[in-house]
Design a protein around this ligand. Structure first.
Ligand code: SF4
Ligand code: SF4
Length: 453
């Protein structure tokens, strides 16, 4: 076990004695892991900004159009009727995250989470640039308001506000698409007052999170962070202090840890990794880099803090694969295969025909008519000329307006009247069946009811 110093469990590290906020002045990280993370973060940032502009068959790479209940994920379009397939995809994703976390800990938090990327790689870098490293920032915050301090603070917060607005606009494009976003921002504000106010609020929220709330999102709010207690175990690989090698620390024995506390000073959540795995650790690797520098100076081998599991530190050679993650992998494989199967075999068109609510039937001389609403989703990447016929009975369909020529990945909605001869109707509710044809080929049938006297 690591050296038992349990004070850190008394209260969150970023709260002072009176329960108020204690600002974390993290030292600017540097080193091989930070360089790797920086490169990876820039790729992720490019992805975040680029997604609404990358097109596959004319559609964005990812679109989460909640209002129209249309979701595009890597080119595949999911409509409201595909909720089941989408649920399978979500379930696969959740299982993947669980499997990944069980095996590799909070790798996501340190490397790919947008909160970490924006905070550590965008906002904090600007802060370092304007206000300097941790000591200079602490000094600046505790100094009186001079012209120099006001300039630095106004400059920093001005840039933070601009980035927050840019983030909100990019975020919005993920939900409405780049074309609709462009229409929105080029139309007068009064035409879209509610949308404008929402964007203002979201921008203010981003600004507040990255300027003031910061690491508390990870340590106090994020549900994924709270799940770590149940997902991590002694076989999970995470940023770990090798207490066997490091203790006794500070020159009180032959332990490698010099007790310099550099690993603490660089930690963005303000914790001491030497106390063991903690919920606040986002596995950002900053302490690994910092400790490696100390090991270099003291002539010891690097890796006193490294990616390792508790079991491997204890001495045993823990393998990455164990019963737990094998079981998760099997379940994930089954669910993901089922998702792929349902995606590949889903019908090329999806038809919904429902009697118009509130309308019963109309009695004509020899016929009875009902009014129907029809909705057809074309899930192919080709335009489809479609025709609807009643195949269960004699009858005539009169479509209001539009011809049924549906563009690729588009939706058609209309209303039609169905006339059925009275002698074909047996009761007050008759089961009927429609056929949807494309170039005279039956591609889908739809059963519904016809009401009569
Ligand atoms: S940086 Fe390394 S040597 Fe210094 S206190 Fe942390 S673990 Fe010990
Ligand atoms: S303990 Fe190390 S890896 Fe964890 S958050 Fe702090 S600096 Fe990052």
């Amino acid at each position: 076990m690591a050296k038992q110093n349990l004070d850190f469990r008394d209260k969150p590290i970023n709260l002072n004695e009176r329960g108020g906020r204690k600002w974390v002045y993290a030292k600017k990280p540097s080193g091989k892991w930070f360089t790797r993370r920086t490169i990876f973060s820039y790729v992720m940032l490019l992805f975040f900004v680029g997604v609404p502009f990358i097109r596959i068959n004319g559609n964005p790479l990812i679109l989460l159009d909640v209002a129209s209940r249309k979701f595009i994920i890597f080119g595949a379009i999911f409509w409201a009727q595909d909720t089941f397939i989408l649920a399978l995809l979500m379930l696969s994703f959740v299982l993947f995250v669980v499997l990944f976390t069980v095996t590799f800990g909070r790798l996501w938090c340190g490397w790919a989470c947008p909160q970490t990327i924006f905070l550590e790689m965008v906002f904090r870098k600007i802060e370092y640039l304007i206000e300097g490293d941790y000591r200079a920032r602490l000094q600046l915050d505790n100094s009186p308001w001079t012209a120099g301090k006001i300039f630095k603070k106004v400059l920093k917060h001005g840039i933070f506000i601009l980035i927050s607005v840019a983030m909100t606009n990019t975020f919005l494009m993920w939900f409405i698409g780049s074309d609709a976003w462009f229409d929105l921002i080029t139309s007068p504000v009064q035409e879209n007052l509610s949308g404008f106010l929402i964007m203002l609020l979201v921008s203010a929220f981003f600004y507040w999170v990255y300027s003031f709330f910061r690491e508390q999102i990870c340590t106090m709010v994020c549900p994924y962070g709270r799940m770590q207690g149940v997902l991590l175990d002694s076989k999970t690989i995470m940023v770990t202090y090798d207490y066997k090698r490091g203790e006794p620390r500070g020159g009180r024995g032959d332990g490698d840890c010099t007790d310099c506390k550099q690993c603490v000073s660089v930690c963005p959540t303000g914790i001491d990794i030497r106390n063991g795995t903690q919920l606040e650790c986002i596995n950002c690797t900053a302490c690994m880099d910092q400790c490696d520098k100390i090991m270099h100076v003291t002539g010891k081998s690097p890796g006193l803090i490294r990616y390792a599991s508790e079991d491997s530190i204890k001495g045993g050679h823990s393998k990455i694969w164990n019963t737990r993650n094998r079981a998760y992998s099997v379940v994930l494989l089954i669910i993901f295969s089922f998702f792929v199967y349902t995606l590949v075999t889903r019908p090329v068109i999806e038809t919904t025909i429902l009697r118009t609510p509130g309308l019963l039937y109309q009695d004509h001389e020899n016929t009875i008519s009902n009014v129907y609403n029809i909705k057809i989703v074309n899930k192919t990447h080709n335009d489809m000329p479609l025709e609807i016929k009643l195949i269960s009975h004699q009858g005539e369909i009169r479509m209001a307006g539009n011809t049924m020529n549906i563009k690729d990945q588009d939706m058609f909605e209309s209303t039609f009247l169905l006339f059925i001869p009275k002698d074909e109707i047996k009761g007050d509710k008759t089961e009927i069946e429609f056929g949807i044809y494309s170039n005279n080929e039956l591609i889908e049938t739809y059963r519904t009811t016809f009401v009569g006297p």
